[in-house]
Design a protein around this ligand. Sequence first.
Ligand code: GMT
Length: 374
Amino acid sequence: MKIGITCYPTYGGSGVVATELGKELALKGHEVHFISYALPFRLNHYIENVYYHEVETTNYPLFEFNLYSLALASKMVEVATYEKLDLLHVHYAIPHATSAFLAREIIKDRMDIKIITTLHGTDITLVGLEPTFLHLVKFSIEKSDGVTTVSRYLKEKTLTNYNIEKDIEVIPNFIDSEVYRPGKETCFRRRLAPNGEKILVHTSNFRAVKRVTDTIRMMKYILAEVNAKLVLVGDGPDRSECERLVRELDLTNNVIFLGKQDAIVDILSAADLFLIPSQSESFGLAALEAMSCGLPVISTSVGGLPELVRHNETGFIAEIGDVDRMAKYAVDLLSNEKKYKLFSLNARERARTKFEKSLIIPQYEAYYDKVLGR
Ligand code: GMT
């Protein structure tokens, strides 16, 4: 197949899923054309069958605002026509699904291209619901030839929030468990926890929806029972507030801000426990990456997280904002070696047997075939 993929190319779960999917499809012999405004950050080495087409926007003085959605539609037309694409697979509805609709309309008299839209989360649960975008998102979903969501929860939300009657395929996030694997005794661990402290990790874009401050509040309780360090990876709007809270709670020796990092596997595989206290999470790719490295996960009960984390088996689930309970769960695991080992094995096993890339990529291929009527 000849597949065009559009995604957000910088940090963010949807971009990661789109890029890893494209790479895997190319390795299986499909021709994959990424169409975006920058090279996706995970496309950092040459892969046969992968091509990249950059969307350029014009800074004409009359256009006070950047016309990216239109420039993207134009580039989609160009790539679809000259590369003879079978389908455009767009990740994150806004504005990608709308640009793809426009592109398909422009070329419909000379070629039949199918659009598949994968919904990832905040495009449906947050931004998409704003009055500015609601009608556009509903329209673009209804006009897509195929729609997938990353969890059953997000499928339900899409159907009810936008009053849509359409077949939606659930295809979860996936992992390469050969890359994301356990390996505790690293120099990273010795550096961060020189006195044998337990290491808790949280990775995110530090937006309000991630409730990063809850991970810091948890530390106050945890430190009364267990010698531990909290490693915070990532950056975003809430970082300053988090740093202020760490100083206020007198936790500067126990909370480490690493900022944005590429070496996520090195960090995760050196750690003991992953925290994801989100207010909303359609799947939780960060938690899956941690589980694959053998980390039990403590999460909230929101969105698609209960479809990933098994309560009392691969980790624990608590209500949003229930910092005390999450901290108790953390202490329970970190102070009981036998239980910890079992949960760690369970977490890795669940990631490997349910979300391994070799199980999920064929689901996308089968769905492409279905939409293309093959
Ligand atoms: O909102 C974000 O955190 C980024 C967003 C994205 O689309 O880049 O992540 C979403 O997509 C990921 C990949 O499918 C999911 O694993 C995340 O759960 C989801 N984030 C939210 O729903 C908040």
